[in-house]
Design a protein. Structure first.
Length: 49
């Protein structure tokens, strides 16, 4: 998940010079998305047992 956010950030900075991509915003969104994904996976694993 975090790798996908990094790839999106790199692609945006390389191919979208008109788009302002803030590094801290991307890092924050990546960390939040990874946390949400881990919580969802934990809930699904708990319900499967």
């Amino acid at each position: 998940m975090l790798l996908l956010a990094l790839c999106g950030f790199v692609a945006l900075t390389r191919f979208g010079p008109g788009v302002d991509a803030d590094r801290f915003l991307w890092a924050f969104v990546g960390v939040i998305a990874a946390g949400v994904a881990l919580v969802v996976v934990g809930i699904v694993a708990a319900f499967r047992r």
